[in-house]
Design a protein around this ligand. Structure first.
Ligand code: SF4
Ligand code: FES
Length: 252
């Protein structure tokens, strides 16, 4: 394709901008007693994402708008938020996939302490994650220069749960977690699953004991909110069910 073609102005209606109204739940702990909703009208293109809208608001309208983001490409997991009542990554939510005939509501994820605007304190979430020992624990050492060998079939068993990016969309969409912040939550169980079913790991029973707690897997009510929320398409509820089975029957 020539440069002239690339630079040529176009009148294609599909790429004309349009105005979208965002209603964002704001909270500044130094000023506000309670969160408040604030409207912003933003010029957007259908190929823009909600993260682009937040950037435009911050850079052009209100520099105090506060949110987390890093990679902007669905990998770092830092921009999970509630968009029109559903947990999603702002960087993976295209404007064209939302109903822009109505305002788009954006707020922080639920169940974790609100710090400012769209930012919550993630420490309780990461505390549960750390508690399940999300790292390989092996009793043996491979021969010098050798790897820990694993068959394709055994790797496949926990493939789904390796995809977690720790965005907290699942845990913060879970009604049990909303009412009981002590519950480990789906993300911690997903990351325990990733090692419980790893044939190279020797600490499955330790993790199963940890999750056989009153705040462990038995609190799950199988509402599937977590599976619906996961931006990585992980079958979170299925992973939780597999951990429950492993507690009852032992690691397969
Ligand atoms: S399981 Fe999915 S929704 Fe939950 S933290 Fe991991 S990537 Fe996010
Ligand atoms: S900014 Fe990294 S996942 Fe969205």
């Amino acid at each position: 394709m020539s440069t002239a073609t690339l630079d040529a102005p176009t009148t294609d209606a599909a790429i004309l901008p349009f105005t979208v109204t965002f209603i964002i739940r704001r909270f500044d702990p130094e000023v506000d007693d309670e969160p408040r909703w604030q409207d912003f009208d933003v010029e957007m293109y259908s190929t823009d994402r909600v993260l682009d809208a937040l950037h435009k608001i911050k850079w052009e309208q209100d520099g105090t708008l506060t949110f987390r983001r890093s990679c902007a490409h669905g990998i770092c997991g830092s921009d999970a938020m509630r968009i029109n009542g559903r947990n999603r990554l702002a960087c993976k939510t295209l404007i064209k996939d939302l109903d822009i005939s109505k305002p788009i509501y954006v707020e922080a994820i639920k169940g974790l302490p609100l710090e400012k605007d769209l930012i919550v304190d993630m420490e309780p979430f990461f505390a549960s994650y750390r508690e399940v020992q999300p790292f390989l624990i092996a009793n043996s050492t491979p021969e010098p220069g050798k790897e820990r060998v694993q068959s394709i079939a055994k790797r496949e068993i926990f493939d789904d749960t390796t995809k977690c990016i720790l965005c907290a969309a699942c845990t913060s969409s879970c009604p049990v977690f909303w009412t009981d912040g002590q519950y480990f939550g789906p993300a911690a169980i997903v990351n325990a699953h990733r090692f419980i079913f790893d044939s190279r790991d020797d600490a499955a029973n330790v993790r199963l004991d940890i999750l056989n707690d009153k705040e462990g897997v038995w609190r799950c009510r199988t509402t599937f909110n977590c599976t619906e929320a996961c931006p990585r398409g992980i079958e979170v509820t299925k992973a939780i069910a597999e951990v429950k089975q492993a507690i009852m029957r032992g690691k397969p």
